[in-house]
Design a protein. Structure first.
Length: 201
């Protein structure tokens, strides 16, 4: 039995602001992300934080902010990361986070959540967010939705080898690089195996 860490007022304030931004966005992808991805990642980050006794507040607010620039711009926009950092800083400051906390959330939790080589999380909250993001890909219809809507919807350039090649590469990173607890990896391995078989046929 894992003791649940209480939701903080600061978490609630971040949730309310982020919800408003996504729902008022003019970008269809932002509405999809809020309804189908961001809230799921935040929920899973909270569950993982309770399960593995890491900083729940940082994991959850990091989850709420981890794709925030989708509200305004394409992933291909050269200013995407700068916009996300600027707007996330405003939200966290307004919710009462101190500058040192904001820096830690943005650099140690949100920044490395994609787990590209040389940029992986080292804090418990960062690992919870990265793992939660992987679970959102592996245990929902994320890959089917991306395929069904087409890469143009996501502002992505079709990669060499087409969608299946992109999916298989991302699936491998989700399972092997983004999940930081072996027991969680084994729990979702059947989902991974199913998706790999789907995109290998």
């Amino acid at each position: 039995m894992h003791e649940s860490q209480p939701e903080t007022l600061r978490q609630q304030q971040v949730f309310t602001k982020v919800k408003t931004l996504y729902e008022n966005s003019s970008r269809p992808v932002a509405h999809w992300m809020w309804d189908n991805h961001v809230q799921f990642v935040a929920q899973k980050a909270a569950e993982l934080a309770n399960r593995f006794n890491v900083n729940k507040e940082q994991a959850v607010v990091g989850a709420l902010l981890h794709d925030l620039a989708d509200v305004w711009v394409s992933r291909r926009d050269e200013h995407y990361d700068a916009i996300e950092e600027r707007e996330s800083t405003k939200i966290l400051a307004a919710a009462g986070f101190e500058p040192e906390e904001i820096n830690e959330i943005l650099t140690e939790v949100v920044g490395p959540h994609s787990c590209h080589p040389g940029n992986v999380p080292t804090t418990g909250a960062g690992k919870a967010l990265a793992t939660a993001d992987a679970l959102a890909h592996l245990t929902t219809d994320f890959y089917e939705q991306v395929e069904g809507k087409g890469l143009d919807f996501w502002d992505m350039v079709p990669p060499p080898g087409g969608y299946a090649a992109w999916a298989k590469k991302k699936l491998d990173r989700d399972l092997n690089d983004k999940i930081f607890w072996d027991e969680v990896r084994e729990e979702v391995r059947p989902d991974y195996d199913h998706l790999v078989a789907k995109y290998s046929s």
